[in-house]
Structures are given as structure tokens and as C-alpha cells.
Write a protein that binds this ligand. Structure first.
Ligand code: SF4
Ligand code: SF4
Length: 516
């Protein structure tokens, strides 16, 4: 421990919470300026998104986002895990949610489950490691790192496709709602950082090597104020007593413990990294877990099932959102089960069951849980048909035999049409696939139906419009076919195949008009 510095105790402490709020607001302002620049100029700096790491690993292209991630990790290896609490927009949402809930008197109880601790590591393997293993198993070489321009398909630095790896805006907002608010409400403050974020795992590893840490002087009174202030749920005073520093890699260096210490004993400083202070997680201090082993196993099953069902459902379902949903559904499942097996059950400030009697809040919780289950079951059925349908489409594309390809087309049509008929959303990719299948199977009414829907989405894509025009004309909607082909030719005036097809369809139209 460092010797007590009496001069520090007399100094007033900076308001770290306010400084952090300013920093996080600035992150959002910069994000807004970046989007505005793209909208106004058409070309802008490639997105500084951490998920660009995935694409660098997959394509070998060194992007601005990858270099940003690399810089953040290297900085963490020296200064500690500051990025998460001073620069991450998901953390900003989580802390905002905790703050808003605090304003209405709700303090979410942190959930402690063994299996949840493994989720971020599994996410890292799924996102970054497994694709490389798959590539090697298929005999493909690892990509070589290189710079790229937009003309080559994916820019390193300047791009006119800023949104290239981001989901549609409404999906992004839903993701923020789930991982920024839902997870916090059900599982406690910063629970997505601890139980879901794969990038957090990488930063946590880097943090273990960092000499810059939260440390304590020898005037610590072990009062526990630092632990009470820590929204990452670290047993700060116990780690101080054991190691003289916070060794838990979940420490996000928000400096709240320093601000809360009445004796000015906690400080940020340099010394031994946590790896040298405490070997392995077993030495960290944790309060006991909340669930029995059977409950943990059931939660893990629910979480996995949720990820399988919702990942890619309706051609959306981003991975991080499904992780958040999985954690919430796992918690809801066990709490519902306990409603019927335990005499006393609470959730947040609600008493759900007391002395073996279900309370009104418990009934509402059970009903909402049943609705969630019904929604998940419906989604599972749709996901099943999507999966089988697209698998049949892949079979169709690889079929060399006409009979095999017709069977695959019928199979694909049945599954995808069911997904479209009963699904809550109707993605354009699904409807385009159904259009092609309808044309292949000779279903003119269905071709006309899907062509009408799809054409509005393809209004600026010449090859797809030309294909659509051909299908329409063949299905009897010659005027619609002419319209699509003319538009395709407007977009690509030099495309000879489109011109030839337009002339052919125009000739058919003239013949029909002559007959009438
Ligand atoms: S708040 Fe300060 S004095 Fe109290 S336990 Fe934490 S470091 Fe020690
Ligand atoms: S230990 Fe201190 S700096 Fe680290 S997360 Fe907790 S309050 Fe913040």
C-alpha cells in the first residue's frame, strides 16, 4: 500500500460522475456528427464500430473500426478498462437506465448465476474464434491483412456505405432497448457488461495486464462505502484488504469508489497488474450464487434456445440482442417456476408470492410470462420453417438433377410460404425468394402477388428489376413487366440483356394488343 497522503484528503474531489456523463454525451454527439457528415457528403470515415473486428478477421481488411478497437485494447492493457465506462454507448444506456429507475425508487437486484458468467466467453468464441476454425476445417487459408477502398467492395477508411455492418435503425433501437434497459431491469445494473458483452471480455483480459488500477492507501477503514458505490457489484473493500487493489476485471474505472471514499483512501495509480496480485478468478470475492444447479441448467437451456430461435429470425435478430433476450427469458423462466415451488418470491419491489400464496403481482407476472412463452413458441415455429425453407433453397441451387431440384423447390416453397403466411414480419429477402420459387413452380397468381410487393423495394436495383420484369411478363402481367424492364434500362442504359428482354416483352404486348 502507498503511504497515507494527508494532502489528498483535504482536497475536494472532482465530480467523476458528471465528467463521465459529459464524456458519454460527447460520444453520442460525435456519433451524430459522423452520421450527419455521411448524409451531407455521401462519403465519410468508415464506422468506428468495435464489431468491425469480425470483418477484419473474416475478410482480412484493416478498417478504421478495427484500428479503433486495437487502440482501445492496447490502452486498456496499460491504463485499465476505462473505455467501457467513459466511451461505450451501451454502458451509457445501462447507466442511464439505472439512474432513471433510481429516480422512481427501483433498484434492480443484481442476479448472480454461474452459467451467465460463461456467456461472454462463449460469445467471443462464436464471433471471433469459431469462424476461423470453420475456415481451416474447410481447407480455406486464413485471410491476409490488407487495405481496401470502397471500389473494391469494403473500405478501410473512406466509405459511402457507412451503415454497412449496422442493422436497420428500428432493429438497432430494439437492441438498445433490450441490452441497455431490459437486461438492467431484470438482472441488475451493468449486467450486460458482465453477462453478455463479448467486447467486455476482451477488455477484461487486457485489464488484467494493466498496471493502472484502482488502489488503496493504508488509511482505509474498511467501511465498505466503496463497495456500496460500485455499480459493477465488486466487493471493493474486500479486494482492497486482500490485494491492496481492485483485481476484478469487471472494474470499469468509473472512479465512483474513489468519489465515495470518505477517507480519501481509494485512488487510481500504477503498480503491479492484477494478474500479479491475484491469480485466477477463484480469489475474487463474490456473494453467493442465487440459483441451484438444476435451475442453472434450465436457465442455460432457455438461453441457448432463445439464441437459436431469435438469432436471424425474420432476417434480423442481431446476436447481441438475442444474448440479452436469452438472459432475460432465462431469469423470467426460473422466477415463474419458483412462483409454484417456493413459498416466498420477490421481483424488484414486487412481492409475487408470500407465505405460499400467489399475490396479484405474481399473477400478472405469470400471465406476462405465459405471453412471453407463447411468443417464443410462435417465433420458434417460424424460425423452423425459415431454416428448413432456406436449406431447401441451398439444395435447389446445388441440384444437378431436374427431379431433385423440383422436389427441393416444392419443399422450399412450402416452408417459406408458411413462414411468410404466419410470421409477424415479412422480410423482403423472404418475399423475393418466394417470388423466384413461384416463377419456378409455375404459380402465376403468386408471382403477381409477390412481384407487386417486391418491386417497390427494388426500384433502384436494375438487375433485380429486370429479373422481376421477366417473371411478371411470364405470369401474364405484361404491362407490369414492361414497366419494370423500362425502369431497369433507365438505371442501366447500356445493359444489352435488359434491352433485349424489354424488346421481347414489348413484342408480346403488341401481339396481345393486336389480338384485342
Ligand atoms: S470507502 Fe474508502 S475507507 Fe471505506 S473501505 Fe472503501 S477505500 Fe476503505
Ligand atoms: S471498483 Fe470502483 S472504479 Fe471499478 S467499477 Fe467499481 S466503483 Fe467503478
Amino acid at each position: 500500500m502507498r503511504a497515507s497522503a494527508s494532502s489528498t484528503s483535504s482536497r475536494s474531489k472532482p465530480n467523476y460522475a458528471r465528467r463521465r456523463a459529459v464524456s458519454l454525451i460527447l460520444v453520442h454527439v460525435l456519433f451524430g456528427i459522423h452520421i450527419a457528415h455521411w448524409k451531407l457528403h455521401g462519403t465519410t470515415l468508415a464506422p468506428l464500430e468495435l464489431n468491425e473486428l469480425m470483418y477484419t478477421l473474416e475478410l482480412g481488411i484493416l478498417t478504421a473500426g478495427f484500428l479503433f478497437m486495437l487502440t482501445a485494447v492496447l490502452a486498456t492493457m496499460f491504463f485499465g478498462r476505462f473505455f467501457c465506462s467513459w466511451g461505450c454507448h451501451i454502458l451509457a444506456l445501462q447507466d442511464l437506465c439505472s439512474w432513471l429507475l433510481g429516480k422512481i425508487g427501483v433498484k434492480p437486484k443484481p442476479v448472480r448465476a454461474r452459467f451467465l458468467l460463461w456467456v461472454p466467453l462463449l460469445a467471443v468464441i462464436h464471433m471471433f474464434v469459431w469462424p476461423q476454425i470453420s475456415r481451416l476445417r474447410e481447407g480455406q487459408p486464413l485471410p491476409s491483412l490488407h487495405w481496401n477502398t470502397d471500389v473494391q467492395g469494403w473500405a478501410s477508411f473512406l466509405t459511402d456505405d457507412f451503415w454497412r455492418n449496422l442493422p436497420p435503425v428500428w432493429v438497432a433501437l430494439m437492441t438498445f432497448a433490450v441490452v441497455g434497459f431490459g437486461v438492467v431491469y431484470f438482472l441488475g445494473s451493468r449486467s450486460f457488461c458482465t453477462y453478455g458483452c463479448p467486447y467486455g471480455t476482451l477488455f477484461g483480459w487486457a485489464d488484467r495486464l494493466a498496471p493502472g488500477r484502482i488502489r488503496v492507501q493504508d488509511n482505509c477503514k474498511q467501511c465498505g462505502e466503496c463497495t456500496a458505490a460500485c455499480t459493477s457489484h465488486i466487493q471493493v473493500h474486500k479486494e482492497f484488504a486482500e490485494f491492496g487493489t481492485v483485481v476484478n476485471p469487471a472494474c470499469l474505472k468509473d472512479l465512483d469508489c474513489i468519489a465515495a471514499c470518505p477517507n480519501d483512501a481509494a485512488y487510481y495509480g500504477f503498480g503491479n497488474p492484477s494478474l500479479a496480485s491475484a491469480m485466477g478468478p477463484s480469489k475474487r470475492f463474490r456473494v453467493p450464487f442465487d440459483y441451484s444447479w438444476p435451475e442453472e441448467i434450465l436457465m442455460a437451456v432457455v438461453m441457448l434456445a432463445t439464441v437459436f430461435i431469435f438469432r436471424g429470425l425474420y432476417n434480423v435478430g442481431p446476436f447481441l440482442m438475442t444474448l440479452g433476450l436469452g438472459a432475460i427469458f432465462a431469469f423470467v423462466t426460473i422466477t415463474t417456476l419458483r412462483l409454484f415451488t417456493k413459498p416466498n418470491v420477490r421481483f424488484s419491489k414486487w412481492v409475487l408470492r408470500k407465505g405460499g400464496h400467489l399475490q396479484r403481482a405474481g399473477l400478472v407476472f405469470a400471465l406476462l410470462s405465459a405471453l412471453t412463452f407463447a411468443f417464443s413458441t410462435h417465433s420458434a415455429v417460424i424460425r423452423y420453417h425459415e431454416y428448413k425453407g432456406w436449406a431447401a433453397v441451398a439444395e435447389l441451387e446445388n441440384a444437378s438433377d431436374e427431379m431433385v431440384s423440383r422436389v427441393a423447390a416444392i419443399n422450399a416453397w412450402q416452408h417459406l410460404e408458411t413462414a411468410d403466411r404466419y410470421g409477424l414480419l415479412h422480410p423482403i429477402e423472404l418475399q423475393t425468394g418466394l417470388l423466384r420459387l413461384a416463377a419456378m413452380l409455375g404459380k402465376p397468381a403468386d408471382v403477381r402477388h409477390y412481384a407487386t410487393i417486391v418491386s417497390a423495394h427494388l426500384w433502384d436495383q436494375a438487375p433485380q428489376l429486370a429479373e422481376l420484369g421477366g417473371y411478371r411478363a411470364a405470369a401474364g402481367d405484361v404491362a407490369g413487366g414492361v414497366r419494370d424492364l423500362r425502369r431497369a434500362l433507365e438505371l442501366e442504359p447500356n445493359a444489352e440483356p435488359i434491352r433485349v428482354e424489354l424488346e421481347r416483352v414489348l413484342a408480346v404486348q403488341q401481339q396481345q394488343q393486336a389480338l384485342h
